[in-house]
Design a protein around this ligand. Structure first.
Ligand code: G3I
Length: 313
């Protein structure tokens, strides 16, 4: 093939992926691109706690099954996203006040969701966004009830038992910037390893901005993440414009920025794959900021060529 996934595989990486979900499978503009250009899919919302276990012990896999079926029908890998997150978390979980109950609930959730797709998931974002923006532990029901990071031990061990061959990741945003958040993230991963907790990979989401100050330094932050000894994955890449008007200057800068980020992965042996958080600029969580590789009419943007140039760099 000639798509992005074929190009990156020819250079020794594992995949180029896209976030999607059932609601997009009727859009042939999107599915044609997923099939031709992608090697992996991430569920944008369908595997999150509010979707999969809206009330305790009552599971709903409609959206998640549709995503998995799409992937399997089309021969795509899957990144599971996500078993434990403070956002899109049902109120019944937030209301739990004691550690014994919360432990059981995390174990049951992680083992049920990961167990359902055992053998089908390349990597799981076992936990998402557990580090506070200024460093340290993010405030959540998990951190408050446990009082330390060991809610992660519970989640990773349950995921490992449920799907022993899936790579288990810790995922976060803004760790593409140096500073306290990245430092805490790296320390948490090292501490998990030192406690014997099964963690295989780190995910750097990389929701960033055209011309962002993190981008010239991106290879350094990937190297820092690789220093954990884990596989590194770019899990939610998009590069938003500062304005809703997509000028040709911004498009060229965006092209350069995609090249820089993709090139950094290519130059980092621990970096195994790159997932874009959506396909086209009409279907993205960052409405109006033109963050992706295809425009609103599914035409390739200069950013697409930047991605290709990054792979070939
Ligand atoms: O499902 C309901 C629907 O029933 C309701 O009618 C509709 C009305 O607003 O809302 C629907 O839920 C929305 C959901 O997406 C599914 O479409 C939520 O309002 C909306 O907030 C939610 O946004 C998602 C966001 O996570 C929520 O935190 C985005 O699609 C998704 O792209 C985004 O993804 C996150 C990653 O999981 C983690 N990293 C950051 C990234 C971007 O925010």
């Amino acid at each position: 093939g000639t798509g992005l996934d074929a190009l990156i595989k020819a250079k020794g990486k594992k995949y180029v992926g896209f976030a999607t979900d059932q609601g997009e499978f009727g859009n042939t503009g999107i599915t044609n691109i997923l099939k031709a250009e992608g090697g992996c899919v991430s569920p944008e919302n369908s595997m999150k706690w509010d979707a999969t276990e809206p009330s305790r012990g009552s599971f709903n896999f409609n959206g998640a099954d549709a995503l998995v079926n799409f992937a399997q029908t089309n021969g795509k890998m899957i990144r599971g996203h996500t078993l434990l997150w403070h956002n899109q978390l049902p109120q019944w979980v937030k209301n739990i006040g004691d550690k014994a109950t919360l432990t059981t609930v995390i174990q049951n959730h992680a083992s049920t969701v990961a167990g359902r797709y055992k053998g089908k998931i390349y990597a799981w974002d076992v936990a998402n966004e557990v580090v506070a923006d200024g460093g340290g532990m993010r405030s959540s029901v998990f951190s408050q009830v446990f009082g330390d990071w060991t809610f992660l031990d519970v989640a990773f061990k349950a995921a490992k038992a449920a799907d022993p061959n899936a790579k288990l990741c810790l995922n976060d945003y803004n760790i593409n910037f140096t500073g306290a958040k990245l430092n805490t993230f790296v320390q948490v991963v090292k501490d998990l390893k030192s406690r014997g907790v099964p963690i295989d990979c780190v995910g750097t989401q990389t929701h960033t901005s055209v011309g962002g100050s993190d981008i010239p330094n991106y290879k350094n932050t990937l190297t820092t993440l690789a220093g954990t000894g884990c596989e590194v994955q770019i899990t939610e890449l998009d590069i938003a414009m500062s304005t809703t008007t997509s000028t040709s200057a911004l498009q060229q800068q965006q092209r350069n920025d995609y090249k820089t980020i993709v090139s950094a992965c290519m130059g980092t042996s621990a970096c195994s794959g790159i997932t874009l958080w959506g396909v086209d600029d009409a279907n993205t969580w960052i409405t109006g900021k033109h963050p992706l590789l295809w425009d609103e009419n599914f035409a390739k943007k200069p950013a697409y060529q930047g991605f290709v140039d990054g792979i070939n760099s």
